[in-house]
Ligand binder design. Structure first.
Ligand code: ADP
Length: 499
């Protein structure tokens, strides 16, 4: 590995940070407590800004604003086509500011700047436009009841929505939550992750410029157990959409149950298998496997963290994979040559390194990597373990870092069984030219997304979410729109109405 985090100061590009307060009812305001928290540049370990820290009282004020905007404001009452125009305008404003937005996600979360600009933020604006296009196509059904009655359904916005999002994809997760709920006519309070609050506040500013009425979109940065818990337990929030860890997902669901029984949807990460059969192009398959684990430094809920390779090609595959991992460039995420930036925060760095120690202790073979890179910044070497047993901690826990477990299999049946040997069920990948294998495996894997001869291909119109403990409910696609709508049935007699 080349690189070395933070040695070269020529890539220190700190953008101007204009928005660090809570965005409530169309205005940037201090938190009631007056407290702020630091947000840290993972490249330098230095403080880049202090952000207002929202807590329960701030969430209460934000919910009141959202409630009023829902109960008597224009947003839910606008024709869908009018909401669409505003959302389209917002997408344009984001594109005009993409350089700066991309830089905010880089200094806040260590993400590659070119990637933010070329892929993540464009995917976010695609989602915004996709749901803008859907806003005037939301309708119920006409039903033919038995007897002399006529019925129809109305799809109504669910009300005030709470969104709690993570730090690994601050822009994409913001828009996969906010876009369908806005298109549906909901109002909302969103809490970005404490590690990455900056782009969300900038998006809020642009939302106001685009014409989203005050109170419709409130963004309250803060910590999970305080601001986050205030959302999940709020009596006046009608639904919660959460992306994060299993532990917190469980808390969110419990808080929702204990308060007002609001529906929740949970996207909770994974331990996704990538199965490579012996008819694969070995070189390309090794590239895909490496990309599957190292993309966004492994801080991806669908990372291909368990790679199963058929025995006939195993040795050659392993050799190629290790060669490629050794030439993978770890370095400053503003440097266009870098392929991997620093992990998002210190906690992540330490957790990943401790998982690597577990792997060694449990007897897996460390083929490459395993260490921190440089003395400044949270950079980690691409790390590959072989001789991994299915029940080892590194094969079971979501590491959320650039650490891959390589395993060998003989038959398709064995691969299916091993791939399903996890509490998670978010995504899976298959590499083969054999259509029968591809069909059989894709139907046998218990996961919400299966990629055949590709990986990470996420589209606005393709539902995304988990089986098993990866959660329930779907982001993206028309499925996501329905999380933010509820069905009302209206029934009336056809003739002889007594009134
Ligand atoms: P990760 O493990 O990926 O950091 P978390 O599940 O801890 O993810 O966090 C995801 C989001 O959930 C963040 O915005 C975080 O602040 C929030 N969060 C953490 N704890 C709670 C909680 N008890 N209630 C609600 N939200 C929380």
């Amino acid at each position: 590995n080349s690189g070395g985090g933070g040695h070269d100061n020529s890539f220190l590009k700190i953008p101007t940070i204009n928005f660090t307060k809570l965005f409530i009812n169309g205005h940037f305001v201090h938190s009631i407590s007056g407290r702020t928290f630091e947000t840290i540049d993972p490249r330098t370990e230095e403080v880049i800004a202090r952000v207002s820290e929202g807590d329960k009282e701030d969430i209460d004020i934000a919910v009141k604003a959202a409630r009023e905007a829902f109960d008597s404001g224009p947003w839910p009452r606008l024709p869908g086509s009018e909401r669409a125009k505003i959302l389209m305008k917002w997408a344009e404003l984001i594109e005009e500011n993409i350089e700066e937005l991309a830089a905010l996600d880089t200094i806040d979360g260590g993400k590659l700047h070119f990637f933010n600009k070329a892929v993540e933020i464009p995917s976010a604006t695609n989602a915004l436009r996709y749901y803008a296009g859907a806003a005037d196509k939301i309708h119920g059904d006409v039903l033919k009841m038995n007897g002399e009655f006529h019925a129809y359904t109305l799809l109504e916005p669910v009300g005030v929505v709470g969104h709690i999002i993570p730090w690994n994809a601050p822009s994409l997760t913001f828009f996969i939550k906010v876009s369908p709920s806005l298109a549906a006519g909901c109002t909302m309070v969103l809490k970005p992750a404490e590690q990455t609050p900056l782009s969300a506040l900038f998006y809020a500013h642009l939302a106001k410029l685009a014409g989203i009425p005050d109170g419709v979109l409130n963004v309250v940065p803060g910590f999970g157990p305080t601001a986050g818990a205030a959302i999940s337990s709020h009596m006046d929030i009608d639904a919660v959409s959460f992306t994060g860890s299993i532990e917190v997902g469980r808390e969110v669901m419990q808080a929702a149950a204990r308060s007002n029984l609001k529906p929740v949807s949970l996207e909770l990460g994974g331990k996704s298998p990538l199965i490579i059969f012996d008819d694969a192009d070995i070189d390309k398959a090794a590239e895909l496997a490496l990309f599957g684990i190292l993309f966004n430094k492994g801080e991806v809920c669908v990372a291909s963290s368990r790679v199963f390779v058929q025995e006939g090609i195993y040795d050659e595959f392993e050799k190629k994979l290790v060669e490629k991992a050794k030439s993978w460039v770890v370095g400053d995420p503003f440097d266009p040559k870098s392929q991997q930036g620093p992990q998002a925060d210190k906690n992540q760095l330490e957790q990943i390194l401790s998982y690597i120690e577990h792997g060694k202790k449990e007897g897996a073979t460390l083929l490459t990597g395993g260490n921190k890179v440089g003395n400044k910044g949270y950079y980690i070497q691409p790390t590959i373990f072989s001789n991994v047993k299915e029940n080892m901690i590194i094969a079971q826990d979501e590491i959320f870092g650039p650490v891959l477990s390589l395993m060998k299999f003989k038959t398709m049946e064995e691969a299916i069984k091993s791939a399903n040997n996890t509490k998670y069920g978010l995504a899976a990948g298959i590499v083969t030219k054999n259509i029968d294998r591809a069909n059989t495996v894709s139907r046998s894997i218990r996961a919400g997304v299966v990629w055949i001869n590709c990986y990470f291909t996420i589209g606005s119109d393709v539902p995304f979410g988990g089986y098993k403990m990866s959660g329930f409910g779907r982001d993206l696609g028309m499925e996501a729109l329905h999380k933010y709508l509820q069905v009302k049935s209206v029934v009336t007699p056809i003739h002889n109405s007594p009134w």
